[in-house]
Design a protein around this ligand. Structure first.
Ligand SMILES: C[S@@+](CC[C@H](N)C(=O)[O-])C[C@H]1O[C@@H](n2cnc3c(N)ncnc32)[C@H](O)[C@@H]1O
Length: 208
């Protein structure tokens, strides 16, 4: 049984179920795609159908075990059985092999420039949840395929989305904003005047 791998990971990084519940409530998303998921199974606590991708063999082994859907079933916040798919390999390649325009939500947390590779898999009007640890929120901000739809604040285990005054987010402390090339070179997010835990972008339908 490898459910320990998932639960140990939650204890290590903190439980983000509330983040995924807040995003699911705001967007109505049901199908999510999570490149660079590692052992973060908590999206399946909030969303009934999640496709995970990672190149790490520990993630492949853990997701292959029936303990994964069993754990998600115990913790799920929706009525049906969870649907969990795992795609092994490098997401810069495996995402090109997945169907286009199939997913409601893409998740990009601490796993590099996911936004650049995942766009074609999102339905028009679909959503991207990204943080800025590896600069992916900055990359999405510079990408005409996305527009900022909400900022996500985290306080004592609870996540709150706001759509107020979105213009103040993703403004560099020291303008101008770094270019895509600079963000790629450093692989790190730049400092913003109003940093926040995570950002929700919407895939602009006309950009496909
Ligand atoms: C720091 S962990 C973050 C895991 C998870 N997203 C979270 O927030 O807890 C980064 C994960 O992304 C995966 N990763 C990074 N680049 C990848 C790539 N190009 N293809 C597949 N997986 C990748 C790594 O294998 C690792 O498991």
């Amino acid at each position: 049984m490898t459910s320990r791998a998932f639960t140990d990971y939650i204890h290590h990084i903190g439980d983000r179920t509330d983040l995924f519940l807040a995003v699911a409530a705001h967007t109505g998303a049901r199908r999510a795609l999570y490149p660079g998921s590692y052992l973060d199974l908590t999206p399946s606590y909030a969303l009934p159908d999640v496709t995970y991708l990672d190149s790490d063999a520990r993630a492949r082994k853990a997701f292959a075990d029936p303990a994964a859907p069993a754990l998600a079933t115990r913790h799920r916040h929706y009525p049906q059985n969870p649907r969990i798919t795992f795609v092994p390999g490098d997401y810069t390649r495996t995402l090109t092999e997945l169907p286009a325009a199939e997913w409601d939500l893409a998740i990009s947390l601490y796993a590099g420039p996911v936004s650049e590779h995942v766009t074609r898999c999102l339905k028009p009007g679909g959503w991207l949840l990204a943080n800025n640890s590896h600069a992916d929120a900055g990359l999405a901000h510079l990408d005409p395929a996305y527009r900022l739809a909400a900022a996500i604040h985290h306080r004592t285990g609870h996540y709150r989305l706001t759509t107020d005054n979105l213009d103040r987010y993703l403004q560099p402390k020291t303008p101008p904003h770094a270019t895509r090339r600079q963000l790629h070179t450093t692989g790190k997010g730049i400092a913003y005047t109003h940093p926040t835990t995570a950002y929700l972008f919407q895939h602009a339908p006309h950009s496909m």
